[in-house]
Design a protein around this ligand. Structure first.
Ligand code: CP
Length: 357
């Protein structure tokens, strides 16, 4: 791995950074996972297939024992400097299902960062003990700093971005793709509505980037005026020739699209200005009402990265309808994250071979 300075690294475009995030012997293959743009169509397809096999193997004791023996000699660290329920839990269980003992820091005030230790020194310290770091951080660029630190260290271990500021959440986008594919059969040619806080929602940003891998996709961004999708994403879509429309009329879009991806208002970014959960309550025009389900296409799906507040009618939580997939979507996160870890640690082929037996 060519060593470059932090300034040189941060001056690179995301495309030019990607080879620095790859495996030593194959720079195009993700090692550190920071950006959705790192994933190609073949890699996405293989990860989805691997996740299916892991899920099936895990149903039997023999299969679960086989999986647990794959990485029982490796360890993982989950550093979550921001609140999380499902990313943290699904990563922890993905690691454990592959046999990895895990360590967790969920409150950095209990770590030596509270004494003034830099993030770089903390990361270097974790890498003395573990073989994988998964991190969520409120600051844009924190995951890059950690991955860069690992590139400069003798003991280079992978860093996975479990959510960085308002920027990206690449492994959420992987589970969203996995869920879309399982629900719709294929993603090529599909119309997808992304609804809610599109300005600060990192899941929408990462999912939009992944759409470069699918032919003929059309995106409908539905948001209140002050929370519209960023210009950088729109520029990206234009460069990739991906069609998109902006709208503030969710009701009109429901019958047209194949998938509705709801998101919540991220009020926590306005905390300094005195915002509370009350400020997350939606304008009713952006709430998915129960009756909308009946207006969706027969083969379509309603997703949400969760957590949610009131942007989906809570009665839908209990509806038995194959189109309501957000609970399955969060479970899918555990399988696709296990597939990602297996691929980065090169045990994917042996899992595929065992599953085929
Ligand atoms: N979707 C997601 O990132 O959820 P958590 O914040 O609970 O991890």
């Amino acid at each position: 791995m060519k060593r470059i300075s932090w300034t040189e690294f941060t001056n690179l475009t995301v495309s030019d950074r990607i080879p620095h995030l790859g495996k030593e012997n194959d720079p195009a293959e993700p090692f550190h996972v920071l950006y959705a743009q790192q994933f190609s169509r073949p890699v996405l397809d293989e990860l989805c297939l691997l996740a299916d096999h892991i899920r099936k193997l895990h149903k039997t004791k023999e299969g679960a024992d086989f999986l647990r023996a794959r990485l029982s000699h490796r360890t993982a660290m989950n550093l979550f400097a921001q609140p999380s329920t499902r990313t943290w839990m699904s990563f922890q269980l993905a690691e454990q299902n592959l046999g990895m003992p895990t360590s967790d820091i969920r409150d950095v005030s209990t770590s030596s960062q509270a004494k003034g230790e830099t993030l770089q020194n903390s990361i270097r310290t974790f890498s003395s003990y573990v073989d994988l770091i998964v991190m969520r951080h409120p600051d844009r660029g924190a995951a890059e700093l950690a991955a860069y630190e690992m590139n400069m260290a003798d003991r280079r271990i992978p860093v996975f971005n479990g959510g960085s500021g308002q920027d990206q959440h690449p492994t959420q986008a992987l589970l969203d793709i996995y869920t879309l594919q399982k629900s719709l059969g294929e993603i090529d040619g599909k119309k997808i509505a992304m609804v809610g806080d599109l300005m600060r929602g990192r899941t929408v940003r990462s999912l939009s980037y992944l759409m470069k891998n699918y032919k003929g996709v059309e995106i409908y961004y539905v948001a209140p005026e002050r929370l519209r999708i960023g210009d950088d994403i729109k520029e990206f879509l234009k460069r990739q020739h991906i069609r998109y429309t902006e709208s503030d009329n969710l009701e009109a879009i429901i019958p047209i699209v194949d998938a509705v991806y709801m998101t919540r208002i991220q009020w926590e970014w306005d905390k300094a200005a005195g915002a509370t959960t009350q400020d997350a309550k939606y304008d009713p025009r952006f709430v998915f009402k129960k009756e909308y389900l009946g207006r969706m296409k027969q083969k379509s799906c309603l997703l949400h990265p969760l957590p949610k507040i009131n942007e989906i009618d809570s009665e839908l939580d209990y509806v038995e309808d194959a189109r309501v997939v957000y609970w399955r979507q969060e479970r899918n996160g555990m399988w696709i994250r296990a597939a990602l870890i297996a691929r980065v640690f090169d045990v994917d082929k042996e899992i595929m071979a065992h599953a085929a037996e």
